[in-house]
Design a protein around this ligand. Structure first.
Ligand code: COD
Ligand code: ZN
Ligand code: ZN
Length: 366
């Protein structure tokens, strides 16, 4: 079938909105009509050339839609089901999948790096040449073929544009707080970077009952949003040194400090903000090849530094729970959507993200 999609050819060049061919789903795959796909900073890393990506490639990894057809052997969904797309393809059989950590799946990781389905091939093509799929989702397109393991069935009264946000930003952020850090009630938290993902770390920490949540960003309007999402204190790092400020506000350091930007300097800041026995959690992806240096002896103070990949997601457990929280009025999603764009204006949406104008923009196909 023909689909309309936003195609990445090379860094520093706008995405091209064009017609591509999409093959039918093969065995164990699902064809989804995309309803909405959020515009996340990870895709901007690709556009800016900070992280390599096979090309040409259809970007977009924060999507939801409706199942249109299923390939042979698919039993989990049927046409008409509403689904969120997980951006971490999982094989279901490797040791990581077996122990309940599908976000670290060996074969999923390979497919993501290669820009393919789990079998190493693409379903997208242009003039007979392969076009790659970001994260086996490729959500900036009218339709997507994805692995069965990448769809998460949700209730049909859940608005699909809100559901899309759960596919990346909400799962990554809330999951970093709840699954990775396991934030304890009454604890102190700092979050560096209050964009679409950082705001969700803040609301995850608030859901977990953190007493103090200190938001750090360079932009005052992001810090105002952070308060809406549960921050109790804010630090503008363009005006004051953030480590000193967080230590002052938290009587010496926080229990959990999250880095949600992707820069070695801010990873170091997060580590330095954590108190003795505290934890720094790195969510951001830094430019390929970068390193962080840490004082060697501080580990005797039982400080921990850890990464969080997709908020430790077990998509079919965690995402329906996030849907339930939204439907119960306990999870903010409406407030995350700053702007809605048609696919044709996707480059404007990325420019607004680069300029720090939005919490999240959504490309809507509805
Ligand atoms: N100090 C404080 N705040 C800063 C600084 C700084 N030095 N530099 C930038 N910021 C702020 C910006 O003002 C902005 O508010 C925020 O940081 C970044 O927000 P967004 O909206 O641009 O980015 P997000 O939230 O969409 O994405 C952040 C990620 C860290 C997830 C992303 O950049 C990334 O690294 N993704 C790859 C890793 C990952 O987790 N992938 C899976 C999910 S995408
Ligand atoms: Zn993302
Ligand atoms: Zn696996």
């Amino acid at each position: 079938m023909k689909v309309k999609a936003a195609v990445f050819y090379r860094p520093q060049q706008p995405l091209a909105v064009e017609e591509l061919d999409l093959e039918e789903p093969r065995a164990g795959e699902v064809l989804v009509r995309v309803a909405a796909c959020g515009v996340c900073h990870s895709d901007l890393h690709f556009l800016d050339g900070l992280v390599p990506l096979p090309s040409p490639c259809v970007l977009g990894h924060e999507a939801a839609g409706v199942v249109e057809r299923v390939g042979e052997g698919v039993t989990y969904v049927q046409p008409g089901d509403h689904v969120i797309l997980s951006f971490a393809p999982a094989c279901g059989r490797c040791s990581y999948c077996e122990v309940g950590r599908p976000n670290l799946c060996t074969y999923g990781g390979r497919a993501m790096a290669a820009g393919t389905m789990l079998d190493g091939t693409t379903r997208l093509s242009r003039d007979g040449q392969p076009v790659y799929h970001e994260a086996a989702v490729a959500g900036f397109a009218t339709h997507a073929v994805v692995p069965e393991a990448s769809v998460v069935k949700i209730r049909e009264d859940m608005p699909l544009d809100r559901a899309a946000l759960i596919g990346c930003g909400v799962m990554t952020g809330v999951g970093a707080a709840i699954n990775t850090a396991k934030v304890q009630p009454g604890s102190d938290v700092a979050v560096i970077g209050c964009g679409g993902v950082g705001l969700n770390v803040i609301q995850g920490a608030a859901l977990a009952g953190a007493a103090r949540i200190i938001a750090v960003d360079l932009l005052d309007h992001k810090l105002e949003l952070a308060r809406q999402f549960g921050a109790t204190d804010t630090v503008n790092a363009s005006r004051e040194e953030p480590v000193t400020a967080v230590r002052r506000l938290s009587a010496g350091g926080v229990d959990y400090a999250f880095e949600v930007i992707g820069r070695p300097e801010t990873i170091r800041q997060a580590f330095d903000m954590a108190r003795r026995g505290g934890m720094a959690i790195v969510v951001g992806l830094s430019p390929s090849g970068s390193h962080v240096s840490l004082p060697a002896n501080i580990f005797l103070m039982e400080k921990t530094i850890t990464g969080s990949a997709y908020g430790g997601a077990r998509p079919r457990v965690d995402m329906p729970r996030l849907v339930e929280l939204y439907m119960a009025g306990k999870l903010k999603l409406d407030e995350l959507i700053s702007r809605v764009y048609p696919l044709e204006r996707i480059n404007e949406a990325f420019e607004a993200l680069r300029q720090g104008e939005v919490a999240r923009s959504v490309i809507s196909f509805l």
